[in-house]
Design a binder for this molecule. Structure first.
Ligand code: NAP
Length: 298
C-alpha cells in the first residue's frame, strides 16, 4: 500500500489565492488594507528567515507588513512598549512577535501584552484558554495546528471518534493541536519525552501528528496500516550532496511510513506552507474584526 500524499503546498497556494481575492475586494470597496506587524528581537538567523518569509507572503496577497527589529539586548520594557504602540496603531491589524525571544525576556508577559484582537499567532493566554474550554471560541487559533486541521479536512479525514495521537506538547504546536482534535471529537493521546513506549500508542492511532523535532523518529512499524500521518517536524540533516550541505527532513521516516499509512504529508511541502497561509488568514480576519468594531462605534 502506498499512502496518498497530502499536498500542503497546493492547498496553501489555493488558500493564499482566496485571501488575495478577498484583500483586493475589500481594498476596492475602500476598506483598509490588512496590515501585519512583525517584531523580531535579536539576530537569530532562523528567526530572520521566518520573518522575511512571512513578509514576502504578505506582499504576495496584498497584506501590508510593518517590520520592527529590536537589538538582542532590548529590555522587557522596550519590547512591551513596542507591542503597546502597535496595539494602538490602526494600520496594524495583526501583531506577530517572532519566537523564541532572547532568554532574558519574559515571553509570556510580552505575548500577554498583545491585544487579543491582534493576536494573529493565537498565543495570547486568553485565546489559548478559550481554545481549551468547551463552548468558548478563541478569536485566533495558532497557525501551525490550524493548518494541520485544514489538511485533515482537505484529505477527507473523519475525526469524529477517531483515535488521534499527538507527539509533542509544546505551547505552539503539540498542545493546541491536541485541543483542536478534542474539539473535533477525536479521542486524543499526547505523547512527550517522558512517555513510555510511544509506538504502543501510535499503533492504536487512526491519526498521528508528529511535532517533536527529531529527524525521522516515527517508523513504519509505529503506524497502523491505513492511518493518516501528519508530519510537523522540520529538521536539518547533513547532506554533502545538497548545495547548502544540509537538507530538511520531518519527524517521520517518510520513505518507509508512506508504505503503511493511508495518507501522509511530505517535508517540505506539507505543514510548513499551511502555517504561513493560516497567518495570512488570521491577519485578514483581524482586519475584518477591526471593520466590525469601527462600524459598531460609528
Ligand atoms: P519543542 O518546543 O521543542 O517541543 C518538542 C516536543 O516534543 C516537546 O513536547 C517534547 O517533550 C517532545 N519530544 C522531544 N523529544 C522527544 C522524544 N524523543 N520522544 C517524545 N517526545 C519528544 O518543538 P516545537 O516548537 O513544538 O516544534 C516541533 C517540531 O515542529 C520542530 O521540528 C519544529 O521545527 C517544527 N515546527 C514546524 C512548523 C511548521 O510550520 N512546519 C511550525 C512550528 C514547529 P517534552 O515536553 O517532554 O520536552
Amino acid at each position: 500500500m502506498t499512502a496518498k500524499i497530502i499536498d500542503g503546498k497546493a492547498i496553501a497556494a489555493r488558500i493564499r489565492e482566496e485571501i488575495k481575492r478577498k484583500v483586493d475586494e475589500r481594498v476596492a470597496k475602500g476598506l483598509p488594507r490588512p496590515g501585519l506587524a512583525t517584531v523580531l528581537v535579536g539576530d537569530n538567523p532562523a528567526s530572520q528567515t521566518y520573518v522575511r518569509m512571512k513578509q514576502k507572503a504578505c506582499a504576495e496577497v496584498g497584506i501590508e507588513s510593518f517590520g520592527y527589529h529590536l537589538p538582542k539586548d532590548a529590555s522587557q520594557e522596550e519590547v512591551e512598549a513596542l507591542v503597546e504602540q502597535l496595539n494602538a496603531d490602526p494600520r496594524v491589524h495583526g501583531i506577530l512577535v517572532q519566537l523564541p525571544l532572547p532568554k532574558h525576556l519574559d515571553e509570556e508577559r510580552v505575548l500577554s501584552k498583545i491585544s487579543i484582537e491582534k493576536d494573529v499567532d493565537g498565543f495570547h493566554p486568553i485565546n489559548i484558554g478559550r481554545l481549551a474550554q468547551k463552548g468558548r471560541e478563541p478569536l485566533f487559533v495558532p497557525c501551525t495546528p490550524a493548518g494541520v486541521m485544514v489538511l485533515l479536512k482537505e484529505a477527507g479525514v473523519d475525526l469524529e471518534g477517531a483515535n488521534a495521537v499527538v507527539l509533542g506538547r509544546s505551547n505552539i504546536v503539540g498542545m493546541p493541536m491536541a485541543l483542536l482534535l478534542v474539539r473535533a471529537n477525536s479521542t486524543v493521546t499526547i505523547c512527550h519525552s517522558r512517555t513510555k513506549d510511544i509506538p504502543a500508542h501510535t499503533r492504536q492511532a487512526d491519526v498521528v501528528i508528529a511535532a517533536v523535532g527529531r529527524p525521522r523518529m516515527v517508523k513504519a512499524d509505529w503506524i497502523k496500516p491505513g492511518a493518516v500521518v501528519i508530519d510537523v517536524g522540520v529538521n536539518r540533516v547533513d547532506d554533502p550532496t545538497a548545495k547548502k550541505g544540509y537538507r530538511l527532513v520531518g519527524d517521520v521516516d517518510f520513505d518507509e511510513v508512506k508504505e503503511v499509512a493511508g495518507a501522509i504529508t511530505p517535508v517540505p511541502g506539507g505543514v510548513g506552507p499551511m502555517t504561513i497561509a493560516m497567518l495570512l488568514q488570521n491577519t485578514l480576519k483581524a482586519a475584518e474584526l477591526a471593520d466590525k468594531k469601527r462600524a459598531s462605534q460609528a
